[in-house]
Ligand binder design. Sequence first.
Ligand SMILES: NC(=O)C1=CN([C@@H]2O[C@H](COP(=O)(O)OP(=O)(O)OC[C@H]3O[C@@H](n4cnc5c(N)ncnc54)[C@H](O)[C@@H]3O)[C@@H](O)[C@H]2O)C=CC1
Ligand SMILES: O=C(O)[C@@H]1CCC=N1
Length: 264
Amino acid sequence: MKLGFIGTGNMASAIMGGIIKKQIISADEMIGADLFAPGREKVKSQFKIHVTDSNKEVVEKAEVIVLSVKPQFYEDVIHEIRDDIRDNQIVITIAPGKTLAWLAEQFGKNVKIVRTMPNTPAMVGEGMTAACPNEYMTEEETAYVCTLLESFGRVEIVPERLMDTVVSVSGSSPAYVFMMIEAMADAAVSGGMPRPKAYQFAAQAVLGSAKMVLETGKHPGELKDMVCSPAGTTIEAVRVLEELGFRSAVFEAMKVCEEMSKGM
Ligand SMILES: NC(=O)C1=CN([C@@H]2O[C@H](COP(=O)(O)OP(=O)(O)OC[C@H]3O[C@@H](n4cnc5c(N)ncnc54)[C@H](O)[C@@H]3O)[C@@H](O)[C@H]2O)C=CC1
Ligand SMILES: O=C(O)[C@@H]1CCC=N1
């Protein structure tokens, strides 16, 4: 097996989906363990990967192991598997707040670790993942892990001090964007648009706007100004958003998210 998952929930499924879609690793070369039988069965039927109820089986069989349980279960899972981890295996972590120093202490031996923070758009190949390899990873191994991560989106190696910021700007941010799409669609429904169309219009507008930021290299403020015709409709919407504290709400929510990550 090339890739194993301990925990087959939302984020693991998003990664599996992205990797299988790009055919970087076949489903037959992946194994996932989960305590929760319906969770295992779901990824088995959805992706046709191997599943087990034994975390140790994943460690025994996989070359690269993704720890995809909630942060509060990291300690127990690491203690369960640490004696079985071999020198040539690579552990990928995806939990907020779990630093390389903390992970090294839990393993209590020299283990190759890449601390990452992915996000669920991985599911459609549009993930944004930050990665920090530890000192035992060779350049070649880091390049291999980046190839895996790139199969479901963009990847950046970042200094570890930025990882809590990454949680708020890309790990958690899809949730804020989905809330915005939902709110935009609600308003469109109130204007008379059928709901399925409202989601399509709102989501495509968000997708196109994000692409403009990434592809034109223009400042988001300039792109916003390009939409605001003098005495037009948009500037009135912008005025109300400013009045209701839109930017400040996003800013403050992200600072709370970042702080929460530090405490995990
Ligand atoms: N959901 C997201 O958007 C993102 C999640 N993450 C991180 O990914 C990790 C997983 O999060 P989600 O997938 O959202 O959670 P989830 O709750 O959907 O999945 C976690 C899975 O782990 C299983 N599990 C719990 N204890 C276990 C154990 N001892 N052995 C084996 N399996 C066990 C659970 O049954 C569950 O299926 C967390 O550390 C989270 O912070 C990171 C980035 C984004
Ligand atoms: O909500 C959480 O804690 C996880 C980490 C980033 C996204 N989801």
